[in-house]
Design a protein around this ligand. Structure first.
Ligand code: NAP
Length: 248
């Protein structure tokens, strides 16, 4: 895999999975754009990257705001003149009973998790098509496929991302832009050591997921030459959505 000199934009890269994805690309010699609402966390991610010999920039961007998204890609063009890879990772998870969820809360989750994926992809594609094309990876969730109570808004955004992925893969194929999607299961972004045995054992893989499990899949999907996977959703969940649960 060679990402040398590639320009990679990762949204929501100040923390959690996005941070790990950004660092992973930087360690593969890509130039990384950390796009996030959290400036402090973003500067910390950038410091980690630079200390390890990588390079990149931080760009403050609230992905709910179309103007912020336009400014983000304007900055990327000014800085690097190109975009090769976009990882649409920024997202919020908020649970609420469908009886209590306010319309403003619904709209906020939709705009953060779903509308942003469309707007960022469109801006990135406009730049990619002027060059040699590119690759987009959207981070959805296994909650696009299965549910717990009170997750309507979040599940709708993630299901929407799956549909948006194949729609955009078709529309952008003539511009040599690949669009794929990853659906993570439980990925622990907090203190992994505090997880219980039962947390690990309920997975077929015998463990809870880590951000690097998702970062590796991003590298695979966007590696030069891996362009025969297209419009696809890859579930990375330790087998949880393959497990049939009956209470005997
Ligand atoms: P996280 O730790 O909360 O990190 C998300 C990052 O996105 C944070 O830096 C957050 O900033 C930022 N962000 C939130 N709203 C934003 C906005 N409007 N504009 C720009 N940045 C914004 O989340 P994560 O667990 O790493 O999840 C990353 C992605 O994976 C999400 O799309 C999530 O739905 C998906 N996912 C996660 C899991 C899991 O188990 N962790 C499972 C399935 C799917 P603040 O901290 O300031 O809000």
């Amino acid at each position: 895999m060679s990402f040398s000199k590639k320009v990679v934009v990762v949204t929501g890269a100040s923390a959690g999975i996005g941070q790990c994805i950004a660092i992973s690309y930087a360690m593969e010699k890509a130039r990384v754009v950390i796009a996030d609402i959290d400036e402090k966390g973003g500067q910390k991610t950038l410091k980690t990257i630079v200390a390890a010999g990588g390079s990149g920039i931080f760009a403050r961007c609230d992905v709910r705001e179309p103007a912020d998204i336009e400014s983000l890609f304007g900055l990327v063009v000014k800085e690097y003149g190109r975009v090769d890879i976009l990882i649409n990772n920024a997202g919020v998870s908020r649970w609420c009973s469908p009886y209590d969820l306010k319309v403003e809360e619904w709209d906020d989750i939709i705009n953060t998790n779903l509308r942003s994926v469309f707007l960022c992809s469109r801006e990135a594609a406009r730049i990619m098509k002027e060059g040699i094309g590119g690759s987009i990876v959207n981070i959805a969730s296994t909650r696009a496929l299965m549910s717990e109570p009170g997750t309507e808004a979040y599940a709708a955004t993630k299901g929407g991302i799956l549909a948006l992925t194949h729609a955009m893969a078709v529309s952008l194929s003539e511009d040599n832009i690949q669009v794929n999607c990853i659906s993570p299961g439980w990925i622990e972004t907090g203190d992994y050591k505090r997880l219980r045995d039962v947390d690990h054992k309920q997975h077929l893989s015998g463990r809870v997921g880590k951000p690097v499990d998702i970062a590796r899949a991003c590298l695979y999907l966007t590696a030069p030459g891996n362009d025969f996977v297209n419009g696809e959703n890859i579930v990375i969940d330790g087998g949880m959505t393959r497990k049939m649960i009956y209470h005997h």
